[in-house]
Write a protein of this length. Structure first.
Length: 317
């Protein structure tokens, strides 16, 4: 009697690939917290290394004694029916990219984000529409949240452009970026996350210097060390004064791990009946697969397009 053939990938392997596909770039800690919560670290590493040897994952150590960084290989994307991969890891951007991944997981865990579209995906989409993405203003991420303000439509979706600025740029560059954001009617909130308050206050001043073409667009900055706290502790510093995140956006009760929370957030929005306002905000919660010309519901392995009319075309950044 022939022994049954073991599947090439276990259910947990597939969960790992979906997580890495959705986030683009993740650390071992994030994978363990999301997929291997009750498994010891050595067992997790053994499994991840096996997936790497088999060609599903790519591993980078970054700097000496730094965390292991995992991205999806072409074979891993193919196993999920996708052709989307993060691409080469820029070691000079590792701190920036791993902080963004951690922020995404945290925003899902504390029940803030409804949808999240990472910068690497936005850049790839821009590259498909533009001959060059060198001068395109592309945020580090787009996050959809639900408003608490009844004057703006309590419970309706709003789009936040997230910019993680660990190092300051020239003031003229910020003027160009802010002028571009002012024209983006689909972006409701620009949220800069910075390492120190002096940097944030400078950005707030520069934002006020820009012409106010979009009076309903909000701008705020927060400290990196502050955004990994609870919604009632995260402080957004705005032109009109500081405000708690919990006072600006609706918070869902979340019990799951970061990856599960992200998947459930996407699933809830995809399965719910969107209002006319939500439909306008997201444009569509379905995404067309170029290879099959069919429409599919987004999941953790198939990031939904967040607000198609943001259109990050070529404008100087």
């Amino acid at each position: 009697m022939k022994k049954p053939v073991k599947p090439a990938l276990t259910q947990r392997d597939t969960s790992v690939l979906k997580l890495v596909h959705d986030y683009g770039l993740v650390t071992t800690r994030e994978i363990q917290g999301a997929v291997f919560k009750t498994v010891d670290h050595s067992t997790v590493m053994r499994r991840l290394r096996k997936l790497t040897r088999r060609g599903y994952l790519l591993c980078d150590r970054g700097f000496h004694l730094g965390p292991f960084i995992w991205t999806l290989a072409s074979k891993g994307a193919k196993a999920l029916g996708s052709d989307l991969i993060y691409g080469p890891v820029n070691r000079n951007q590792l701190e920036h990219e791993t902080t963004l991944s951690a922020l995404r997981a945290h925003m899902a865990t504390i029940g803030v984000s409804e949808l999240w579209q990472p910068g690497f995906l936005l850049r790839k989409q821009a590259g498909a529409n533009e001959k060059s993405t060198e001068d395109v203003v592309i945020p580090d991420a787009l996050m959809a949240v639900r408003r608490t303000n009844p004057n703006l439509g309590k419970g309706t979706l709003a789009i936040l452009a997230i910019e993680l600025e660990l190092h300051a740029k020239a003031k003229r560059r910020y003027h160009k970026v802010f002028a571009t954001y002012r024209k983006k009617k689909g972006v409701n909130f620009i949220w800069y996350i910075v390492p120190h308050s002096r940097f944030g206050e400078m950005l707030l001043t520069l934002w006020q210097e820009c012409s106010n073409e979009n009076e309903h667009q909000l701008f705020a900055w927060s400290l990196v060390e502050n955004v990994f706290k609870t919604p009632s502790e995260i402080i957004l510093n705005r032109v009109s004064g500081a405000k708690r995140l919990a006072d600006l956006v609706m918070i869902k009760t979340m019990q799951a791990s970061p990856a599960q929370s992200s998947a459930q957030s996407l699933g809830r929005v995809a399965q719910s009946q969107p209002s006319a306002s939500d439909t306008q905000t997201m444009n569509t919660i379905h995404e067309t697969n170029p290879s099959t010309s069919t429409t599919r519901t987004p999941s953790i392995s198939d990031t939904a397009t967040v607000q198609a009319h943001t259109h990050f075309h070529a404008e100087p950044k």
